[in-house]
Write a new protein. Structure first.
Ligand SMILES: [Zn+2]
Length: 372
C-alpha cells in the first residue's frame, strides 16, 4: 500500500487510522504479526458495507446503472433503452429516475441507503462543477446536469466524461491496477481518451479532461461535429465512417440509415471483399495510428488500452495499423508501447462511474482529497 501510494509509512499509518475510524477499513483478523523494527505490517481490508453507491453510463441508445458496495463489488445492475435524439435536462432527469428505480428494485434496496451517484456521458463535462458544456446527448450547451441530478435525488452527484469513467474502471478494477501510467482511448460515437499519470486520472487544470478526438490531424481537413476542421474524430468516429459508407454502399441521402446500422453493413461488405468498403476502414485505421503515435510521444504511457463499441471492427487495430503507429514514434531504442484491445460492455463503464462516486465518498469522509 505504502509503495503504491508513493507516501511514507508514517503517512500511511495515519491515513489507515483515519479510514479505520471512519469505518471504511478494518484489520484482518487471524494473521500473525511479524516481530521486528518499527510497526508490524498489518493486513487491512475494505469494509464492503460501509457505503453503497450508484454508477451510471448515459448513452444515446441505452442507459446503464450499477449498484456497488464500498469494495466496488457490483450488487445489482439495470439498463433502460432510450430514444436516440437530443434531450432536455428534464428528459434526462426522468430517464435517470426510471433507471435508478429499476436498479434499486433489482437490488431490493432503497435510495436512502445510497451515499452518492457517479455518472458519465460523452462530451465536454466540467467535473468540478457538474456542468455539461456540450454533449451529443443534450439539446443545449452549458447545462447544470450535475446540480440538477443532485437536487432530484438529494445525494451528492459526480459527473465525468465517459472516457474518464472507463479509465477509472481500468485503474480500479482492470489492467490499470498494475500500472501507474497508462492511456485509454475510446472509439464510440466519438473518440475519447483518459490518461492516468502517477496512479491518478489526469483531468487537466480545468477539470474537463483531454480531447484526443479534437486534436488536429489535417489542416483544413474534414468537417468535425465540433464545428472545426481536421479533427481526428472527423476521420475515425462513427459519423465520419458513415459519411463515406453512404457512397460505398450506393445509398442516396434520402434513405440514410442510422450510423451503426450502416457501419455494420459496411463492415460486412469489407469482410466480403468490397474494395471501397475496405478503403474506408483502412483510412480510418491510418488516422487512428497517427492519433495513437501522438499519445505515445506526449505521455509516454506504459500501455494504451483501446476500447469502445467500434473495437468490433478489427480493421481499426489491424497489424498494419499498429505497425504504422510504431513507425511514427521515435523509438529511442526502447520497447514499443503495447496496445491492448478491451471490448467492454456498458456495465464496465458504469462500474467506472461507481469508482468516481466511491472515491468522492472517501474524500468527503476524510475531508480532503487523496483517493483516485
Ligand atoms: Zn472536432
Amino acid at each position: 500500500m505504502t509503495r503504491n501510494l508513493g507516501i511514507s509509512a508514517g503517512s500511511a499509518t495515519t491515513l489507515s487510522a483515519e479510514l479505520i475510524a471512519a469505518g471504511f477499513l478494518r484489520e484482518v483478523e487471524g494473521l500473525t504479526r511479524e516481530a521486528g523494527r518499527g510497526r508490524p505490517p498489518v493486513a487491512l481490508e475494505v469494509v464492503p458495507d460501509a457505503r453503497l453507491v450508484i454508477g451510471i453510463k448515459l448513452s444515446d441508445a441505452l442507459h446503464t446503472a450499477v449498484l456497488t458496495d464500498f469494495a466496488g463489488t457490483v450488487l445489482a445492475n439495470a439498463s433502460q433503452p432510450t430514444p436516440d435524439h437530443r434531450k432536455s435536462v428534464e428528459n434526462i432527469l426522468t430517464e435517470v429516475s426510471d433507471l435508478i428505480a429499476a436498479l434499486l428494485a433489482n437490488a431490493d434496496r432503497s435510495l436512502s441507503e445510497v451515499s452518492a451517484i457517479g455518472a458519465g456521458l460523452s462530451g465536454l463535462i466540467d467535473h468540478n462543477t457538474g456542468m455539461v458544456l456540450w454533449s451529443p446527448l443534450l439539446d443545449q450547451r452549458d447545462l447544470p446536469l450535475g446540480p440538477a441530478l443532485q437536487q432530484r435525488f438529494g445525494l451528492p452527484v459526480f459527473l465525468d466524461n465517459d472516457a474518464n469513467m472507463l479509465t477509472l474502471a481500468e485503474l480500479w478494477f482492470g489492467a490499470g491496477r498494475a500500472r501507474s501510467d497508462f492511456a485509454v482511448v475510446t472509439i464510440e460515437e466519438g473518440v475519447g481518451m483518459g490518461v492516468v499519470l502517477g496512479n491518478r486520472l489526469f483531468r487537466g487544470s480545468r477539470g474537463i479532461g483531454l480531447e484526443l478526438g479534437h486534436t488536429k490531424v489535417q489542416l483544413d481537413g474534414a468537417l468535425c461535429r465540433c464545428g472545426q476542421r481536421g479533427c481526428l474524430e472527423a476521420y475515425v468516429a462513427d459519423y465520419a465512417l458513415a459519411r463515406e459508407a453512404a457512397t460505398a454502399l450506393g445509398r442516396n441521402a434520402h434513405n440514410l440509415q442510422s450510423a451503426s446500422v450502416m457501419l455494420d453493413k459496411l463492415f460486412a461488405q469489407a469482410k466480403a471483399g468490397n474494395v471501397s468498403a475496405r478503403t474506408i476502414f483502412r483510412r480510418a485505421g491510418r488516422y487512428l495510428s497517427l492519433g495513437l503515435a501522438n499519445v505515445v510521444q506526449l505521455f509516454d504511457p506504459e500501455l494504451i488500452i483501446l476500447s469502445g463499441e467500434r473495437m468490433q471492427y478489427d480493421y481499426l487495430y489491424a497489424e498494419e495499423v499498429m505497425a504504422e503507429m510504431r513507425a511514427l514514434i521515435l523509438a529511442d531504442g526502447r520497447e514499443p508501447c503495447p496496445v491492448e484491445i478491451h471490448a467492454w460492455g456498458d456495465l464496465v463503464w458504469a462500474r467506472g462511474a461507481s469508482a468516481l462516486a466511491l472515491s468522492a465518498v472517501t474524500d468527503m469522509a476524510l475531508g480532503e482529497g487523496w483517493a483516485g
